[in-house]
Design a protein around this ligand. Structure first.
Ligand code: LRH
Ligand code: MN
Length: 426
């Protein structure tokens, strides 16, 4: 299904005057504070987040999965769903594929379909955490770290294949996340596992085209519950440095032990020029993959403060890749993703309100109270009129959730796809 321009104008019509009032009021007060409102709105419009192809259906846990009707059951329908998100929000301009869950049959047709929705192909993700039916060697005891040379070689070959698939689609980066680790003390030789992983990543790195990046994603636990080879940012950073200039660390917000200071990790990685990108989500306990900003919105704001500072002061760090990585156990996947996109834009917009120069001065003067006042003044500003303006300028809608419901998109998807279509992925 496609949403046409008239439908968008229709859903915007009734809330335009309210928006103009809110926007003008906010723009005037921010301009008085010396903020470049037009510049901030432009930055928000340019901020494009990749949608994970594995999160367009209902997710689940080992305790069960509650399906959602009208799910996309093939890659074409997944791209159409990202097209719907991008049409409404104008900030979902890319899809991140997971291989082998999303191997295209017809590359030309898939690229054409994506460009008809103004969607690009962001990072491609390899999968050496599940055994494929055709696989000769198992990843039960690991992939790139496995003591078995043939399992390592199979995993390396898979990653090289994923690069080739991405290259045909115009993707420019490979994300490697390894489940590799152990469940019991004594089960694994940590040094051998890490050395095997480093050597294997270097083999994959040799297969990277010149203009590509390698993102190394870390995670403290799950599915292994005693040790994980690439357990934290330091290990990923070390491996990225061992591989070379095209290798970076990928920060999945859910991959941190409780109370970890993620904004400090972000600052450190940007200073060292090794922050490759993000998997945005939120969590209360573990890798819960909840809606972005639904549990710890202030923490997300502080991360964006570190990002904005880094993007202004660390030319050594490339422009990061922005992706969502979430799982929808009870919500409509598209509504959940719309809420995540809104929360990301909101945190970014609030961080753009921080006068970084004023903050640096207060920090140098050890005026701790003023430092906090500067941050919280920005955080307490309702920036939603700026997000509305950015969407409107780009041809999107003022209120995506309201539009999604007013246009009865889920109902139409169920009519098109039937109630029992199931999406591949997690
Ligand atoms: C691992 C992870 C990784 C993906 C997977 C779907 O927890 O975050 O990024 O490969 O989720
Ligand atoms: Mn992730």
């Amino acid at each position: 299904m496609k949403i046409d321009i008239n439908q968008l104008e229709q859903v915007n019509k009734n809330s335009l005057s309210g928006h103009k009032e809110r926007y003008n009021f906010l723009a005037e007060s921010l301009s008085k504070q010396g903020r470049d409102v037009v510049g901030i709105v432009e930055k928000i419009s340019k901020f494009q987040v990749a949608i994970p192809s594995w999160a367009l259906g209902a997710g689940g846990t080992r305790f069960g999965r509650f399906g959602f009707q009208g799910e996309p059951s093939n890659l074409e329908q997944k791209i159409d769903d990202v097209g719907i998100l991008h049409r409404l929000t104008q900030t979902a301009g890319a899809i991140s594929l997971h291989i082998p869950w999303d191997v295209p049959n017809d590359y030309g047709a898939i690229k054409e379909l994506a460009s008809s929705h103004d969607i690009l192909f962001d990072a491609v993700n390899s999968n050496t955490f599940q055994d494929q039916a055709i696989a000769k060697h198992s990843y039960k005891y690991g992939s790139l770290s496995n003591t078995s040379k043939v399992s390592r070689e199979q995993a390396i070959a898979h990653n090289i294949d994923v690069i080739k698939i991405g290259d045909k689609l115009g993707s420019k980066s490979l994300t490697v996340w390894l489940a590799d680790g152990s469940n019991f003390p004594g089960q694994s030789n940590f040094q051998a596992a890490l050395q095997n992983t480093e050597n294997s990543l270097k083999e994959i790195y040799k297969g990277l085209p010149d203009d590509w990046k390698l993102f190394i994603e870390y995670k403290p636990y799950e599915p292994n519950f005693y040790s994980t080879v690439i357990q934290d940012w330091g290990t990923s950073f070390m491996l990225a440095n061992a591989c070379g200039d095209k290798a970076y660390t990928l920060v999945d917000l859910g991959h941190h032990l409780p109370n970890t200071n993620i904004e400090q990790i972000v600052s450190t990685l940007m200073l060292k020029g090794k922050l490759g990108g993000f998997h945005f989500n939120d969590s209360k306990y573990g890798d819960d993959d909840l809606t972005v900003g639904s549990v710890k919105p202030y923490a997300l704001f502080l991360i964006f403060n570190a990002l904005v500072y880094g993007m202004e002061n660390n030319p050594q760090n490339p422009y990061p890749a922005w992706m969502i990585d979430a799982s929808h156990n009870i919500k409509d996947p598209l509504e959940d993703l719309i809420q995540s996109l809104e929360a990301i834009q909101e945190a970014y917009a609030k961080a753009l309100l921080i006068d970084q120069k004023e903050l640096r001065e207060a920090q140098s003067n050890h005026d701790v109270v003023k430092c906090q006042e500067i941050l919280q003044d920005a955080y307490r500003t309702d920036v939603r009129p700026l997000l509305e303006k950015a969407r409107l300028n780009a041809g999107g809608v003022l209120n995506p959730i309201a539009a999604y419901r007013a246009l009865e998109i889920r109902k139409k998807l169920i009519q098109e796809r039937g109630a029992n279509s199931v999406a591949s992925g997690l």
